[in-house]
Write a protein that binds this ligand. Sequence first.
Ligand SMILES: [Zn+2]
Length: 250
Amino acid sequence: MIGIEGVVNRRRFLAGAGVALSVGIAGRRAARPTDPVVVRVWFSEAAAAHDSLADRVEGYLGSALEAPLGAVEFDFVPSPVALPAEGGKRVLSMHWPSRVVEGAVGMGGVDPVDGVNLLVTDGDPRKQPAGYARPHVAAVTGAGYIARMAPATETPTVVPYSVRAAATQLLLHECGHALGLGHEHGSARRRDDAIVASPMVGSYVWAPDHVRENQLADESACGESFPRDSAAPNRRLALRFTDCAEQALR
Ligand SMILES: [Zn+2]
C-alpha cells in the first residue's frame, strides 16, 4: 500500500499500478497538491440500469471522504463499460485493473484519473470476492443494493447490518484501499448491544476464524483490539471512516 500525500500525480499512479513508464506521460498535466481528489466512476451495463446509483455512490462515498480530503470531485463516465461478467475474481481483480492500466498508457477506451478509478457492477455482493482494490483502482459489485439505499442525507452514519448497507460500506472499503488504507485502519467497537464495524474492517469482524485471522491483525493501527463476534448480539455498520483512517488519508 502506498501512502497518499494530497493528490498523487500520474507518474506515481503508473508506478503504483506497476506500469513501466514509457509512453503517455509527456504533455499530461501533473496534479497540484491543491487539486481535489477525483473519483471517476464507470458502471457496468447492468449497473447503469439503476437510476439512483450515481446519486448513492456520490452521496455515501462523498460524505465519507469529505472530512479527510476536503472537496472530492465525482466524474461519472456516461457510457457503461462492457464486461465479460458482472462479478467474479477475474473481472474484479484482473480485467478491470488491466483496462485502467491500458488506459493510462493510451490504449483502449478507459481514461483513468490520478485519484480513484472505480468500477461498479451489478454482481452479487454476497459472493466472494465482492470487491477488489489496488492503488488508484477499485471495483465493487452490488449496484442494485447500493441503489436501493435511502439517500445518504437521510441515513444515519451507523446503520443495522443489511446486504444493502454492506454493499454500500464495501464501496467505501475498496475506495479506502485505492487511496492507501488497509484493514488496520478500521475499527470494530462495542456500542450497547452491538458491534459496530467501520468501513475498513467491515464484515471481516464476523467472518469465520480462518478468514478473520487472514484479514485482521490482532490490533488496529489505532491501537484497538477487534472484539469477537460473541461480544455483542447485534451487527451494525459505520458509513464513515475511523479518525485513524481519516488521518492516514489526509
Ligand atoms: Zn479489504
